[in-house]
Unconditional design. Structure first.
Length: 692
C-alpha cells in the first residue's frame, strides 16, 4: 500500500504530468493498476466534449476571427470543488495556451477558443480537484459564521507552500510570500485578507496539480470569413449578352458586375466555362438530337479545343477570364467556378487516357445514366481504375490550375458519386496550397452522405431547403441543422432555385412564393444563393407538368434576360442583402431559434448575437394566396427587455416601425403586398430609439 504521508501530500500537490480522465469508469485491468498506483488514481471525469466530430476523427469547422465555444462535462466524486482549463494551440505551434473554463448548470463547463488564423487548431481539456478553492470557499463560510479560523489558515498556508514547489518561477516566489503571511503569527484579519486575495487565487490556479487531461486532442479547421457568411449569384456567361442575337462572353459578364454587386452579392458563380463536346450533344429542352445551332450543356465538358483546363472559345480567352476575376474583385465579388469531374466523348482525356473510364463489352465507353435516364453526352471517370493514382493527381491539378488563375471558390458537382477517400485526400492537398480555399458541395442525396462530405472538408453544403416548404418541416429541419452535432461540421447553403430545380411551390405561388423563399433562404442561413436572372425575374414555367426542369432551360440554350423589367424582384433582393450585411445576427447560424405563432401558415424565428446587441425577428406568410395573421410570442427576457417595457420593431424591408409591448404581439401579412417582415429590435434611449 502507498505510504499514507506520501499519498496525502500527493492529494494536495498532485502529479506533475496530467493523467487521462476521459473514461468515466475503469476496467478490471485498470483497477489492478490503480491498486498499485502512487499517487492515487484521478478523481475527475471529463466527457461530452463539444465540438467533437466522430470522436475526433474529423475537425469541427470555424471561421477565422471568431471565438469557438468549447464545452464539456467536468465533475468528480465528493463535495470538493473542481476546476478546468481549455488548452489550445494552432497547428505548428509547440506550446499550449490556456484559458480558464467557467462552470455552468449541471457540471457543464465552457470557454472560448480564439480562432485567428487560417489554419487548423488543436484543443483539449484539463480538470482537477481544486483543493485550494474548496478550502477557500469553506474558509469564507466559517468567517461568515464567526468561527475561529486560525487553524484553517495554517492548513491553507500548507496548500500554498506545496503549490509553490511545482509553480512556474514567476509565480513561486509570490506563493511562498503569501504562505508566509497566511500562516504567520500576525493579526488574523491581515491573514484572512491575504488568503482571500484574488491575485492569489489566479496564481495558485496555474500551480494546481493532480490534473486530468481529456483522452483526445481535438481539431478545429479555420476557414475564411466567406465560408461562414456569403451571398451567391449564379449566372450563365453565354446568356449575359445585352443583344438577343449574340451569345454572351466574359466581357459581357464583366459589364454585369455592377448589377450583381448592386444587389449585394459577393460571390458570382459560373457554371462550367470549358469547351463543350459535340458528340451526343443535347438540344433545347434536353432533346436527344441537337440542331446545328444548339450550344449544348456546359456540363458536357471537353472538345478538340481542350478540357477542364481550357475555356470555351465562344466565351473568350483565358486572359479574358483572368481579367473578369480581377474586375469582379474590384467590385467586392469573388468568382466561383463549377468543377464537374466528367467528360464529353470528345474530351482529350478520352483519347489520351481511356484507362480512366469504364469499357463496355461492345468496346464503347460507359456513359452516365440513372436508369431509365441516359446521359450519353458525358462519361464518368472510373475511380477504381488501376491507374487511380495518376487520375487523382490529374484531377487535383484541375483545381490547382484554376487557383493559379485567381479562383479560390468552387462549387463541386455531384461529389457524392466520387469516393470519399478521394475527397479527403484532395481537400487536404488543396488546404496545403491555400488554407482559404472554399468548396461548396452539390450533393442532393441521403443525409448521412451529405454530412460525411462536410466532415471530409467541404466548406459549405447544399441542403433540402428547396423541398422544405411547410412550417413544421422547415422548423424541424433547420432546428436540426442549427444544433450540435450537425452544426459543428455542416454549413448549410440555401438555394430557392437552381438550373436543375424549379420547385412546385414557385411554379404555383407566383410572386408571393418567390418573396417568401428569398426571405427564408437569406435569413435562415448565413450562406445562401440564387440562380439568376431566373429568380429575380420569377421564371416559373416547367418543362412538363409535375416536373422540376425549367422550360427552355439555360442548361441547353442561350437565353436573353430583360434585367430592367418593371416586375423584377431586384429591389427587394437588394434590401434583403443589405439587411444581411448590416446585421451580425444574420451572418451566423449560432443564434437561430423558432418562435411560437398561433397560425400554421405563418413561420417566425429569431437570430441574435451572443450578447443580444443585435436581434432580428423574421416572420413569413407561407400561404401564397391569402392574408394570414396571428399572435407572436417573443423571448423578451433573453434579450434583456422587461415585460412592461415598450420597444420598437423596425421592418428592414418596408422601413415601417411598430411600437410593441409585452411578449405577445399581433402580426398580419398580405401576400399581395409582401409575404414577410424582417424586424430589427430597437429599444428606447432617452427621447429616441436605438437598435438592441
Amino acid at each position: 500500500m502507498p505510504d499514507r504521508k506520501t499519498a496525502s501530500k500527493s492529494a494536495r500537490r498532485g502529479a506533475s504530468t496530467p493523467r487521462d480522465g476521459g473514461a468515466p469508469g475503469a476496467s478490471p485491468a485498470d483497477a489492478a493498476t490503480f491498486a498499485d498506483s502512487n499517487p492515487p488514481p484521478p478523481r475527475v471525469i471529463i466527457e461530452n466534449v463539444r465540438p467533437e466530430v466522430d470522436e475526433g476523427r474529423y475537425p469541427a469547422k470555424a471561421v477565422a476571427g471568431e471565438d469557438i465555444v468549447v464545452e464539456a462535462d467536468v465533475y468528480a466524486d465528493g463535495h470538493d470543488m473542481v476546476s478546468a482549463d481549455l488548452l489550445y494551440r494552432a497547428a505548428g505551434d509547440a506550446a499550449w495556451k490556456r484559458a480558464p473554463m467557467e462552470a455552468g448548470y449541471n457540471d457543464r463547463w465552457r470557454a472560448a477558443l480564439p480562432v485567428r488564423r487560417l489554419t487548423s487548431y488543436l484543443f483539449t481539456i484539463e480538470g482537477w480537484v481544486d483543493h485550494f478553492r474548496t478550502w477557500r470557499a469553506d474558509l469564507q463560510k466559517r468567517i461568515a459564521a464567526g468561527q475561529d479560523v486560525s487553524i484553517d489558515l495554517e492548513i491553507g498556508a500548507a496548500f500554498i507552500r506545496d503549490a509553490a514547489k511545482s509553480a512556474p518561477a514567476k509565480d513561486a516566489e509570490f506563493l511562498r510570500n503569501a504562505a508566509a503571511r497566511i500562516g504567520g503569527r500576525t493579526g488574523v484579519k491581515g491573514r484572512i485578507e491575504a488568503a482571500l486575495d484574488e491575485h492569489l487565487l489566479a496564481r495558485i490556479r496555474a500551480a494546481s496539480g493532480d490534473r486530468v487531461r481529456y483522452r483526445r486532442e481535438l481539431a478545429v479547421q479555420a476557414d475564411p470569413p466567406k465560408a461562414g457568411f456569403s451571398t451567391w449569384y449564379e449566372m450563365f456567361p453565354r446568356s449575359a449578352s445585352a443583344k438577343a442575337a449574340r451569345s454572351g462572353t466574359f466581357r459581357d459578364v464583366e459589364k454585369l458586375l455592377p448589377y450583381v454587386a448592386g444587389m449585394g452579392f459577393d460571390v458570382l458563380y459560373l457554371p462550367p466555362v470549358h469547351p463543350i463536346g459535340k458528340t451526343k450533344r443535347k438540344g433545347a429542352n434536353n432533346a436527344v438530337k441537337a440542331r446545328a445551332t444548339d450550344p449544348g450543356s456546359p456540363w458536357a465538358i471537353g472538345s478538340k479545343e481542350g478540357g477542364h483546363k481550357s475555356v470555351s472559345p465562344e466565351l473568350g480567352t483565358l486572359e479574358d477570364f483572368r481579367r473578369l476575376v480581377r474586375k469582379a474583385r474590384e467590385q467586392g465579388i469573388d468568382i466561383a467556378l463549377d468543377v464537374a469531374f466528367q467528360c464529353s466523348p470528345d474530351h482529350p482525356y478520352v483519347r489520351e487516357h481511356p484507362e480512366w473510364f469504364t469499357p463496355r463489352p461492345d468496346g464503347t465507353i460507359q456513359y452516365a445514366e440513372n436508369p431509365p435516364k441516359k446521359y450519353d453526352d458525358i462519361y464518368p471517370f472510373n475511380f477504381e481504375t488501376p491507374d487511380w493514382q495518376a487520375l487523382w493527381a490529374e484531377l487535383l491539378s484541375v483545381f490547382t490550375f484554376w487557383m493559379e488563375q485567381g479562383v479560390h471558390i468552387f462549387r463541386v458537382d455531384n461529389p457524392h458519386t466520387k469516393p470519399f477517400r478521394f475527397w479527403e485526400w484532395l481537400i487536404g492537398e488543396l488546404k496545403k496550397q491555400d488554407p482559404g480555399v472554399i468548396l461548396l458541395s452539390e450533393a442532393f442525396t441521403r443525409p448521412r452522405i451529405m454530412h460525411h462530405l462536410a466532415k471530409l472538408g467541404f466548406t459549405q453544403s447544399y441542403t433540402y431547403f428547396t423541398w422544405r416548404n411547410h412550417k413544421e418541416e422547415l422548423t424541424q429541419y433547420f432546428t436540426d441543422l442549427a444544433r450540435p452535432p450537425v452544426a459543428d461540421f455542416f454549413r448549410p447553403s440555401l438555394w430557392p432555385n437552381t438550373p436543375d430545380i424549379l420547385h412546385e411551390y414557385l411554379q404555383r405561388g407566383g410572386r408571393p412564393a418567390f418573396v417568401a423563399r428569398l426571405v427564408l433562404a437569406a435569413t435562415l442561413s448565413s450562406n445562401y444563393g440564387m440562380y439568376g436572372p431566373a429568380f429575380e425575374l420569377m421564371e416559373r414555367e416547367p418543362r412538363e407538368p409535375g416536373g422540376e426542369e425549367y422550360l427552355n432551360s439555360e442548361k441547353y440554350e442561350v437565353r436573353h434576360w430583360d434585367l430592367d423589367r418593371a416586375d423584377s424582384l431586384r429591389d427587394l433582393v437588394t434590401l434583403v442583402n443589405r439587411a444581411r450585411r448590416a446585421n451580425p445576427a444574420l451572418q451566423s447560424n449560432h443564434g437561430l431559434r423558432f418562435l411560437v405563432v398561433d397560425n400554421d401558415q405563418i413561420i417566425a424565428y429569431a437570430k441574435q448575437t451572443d450578447d443580444a446587441s443585435n436581434v432580428i425577428i423574421t416572420v413569413v406568410n407561407l400561404d401564397t394566396n391569402w392574408t394570414q395573421s396571428g399572435w407572436l410570442a417573443l423571448p423578451l427576457a433573453d434579450w434583456g427587455v422587461a415585460e412592461d417595457e415598450q420597444y420598437q420593431v423596425h421592418d428592414l424591408l418596408s422601413d415601417a416601425r411598430y411600437a410593441w409591448q409585452g411578449s405577445r404581439n399581433f402580426v398580419q401579412l398580405d401576400p399581395r403586398v409582401i409575404s414577410a417582415h424582417v424586424f430589427r429590435l430597437r429599444r428606447r434611449k432617452g427621447a429616441g430609439w436605438e437598435f438592441a
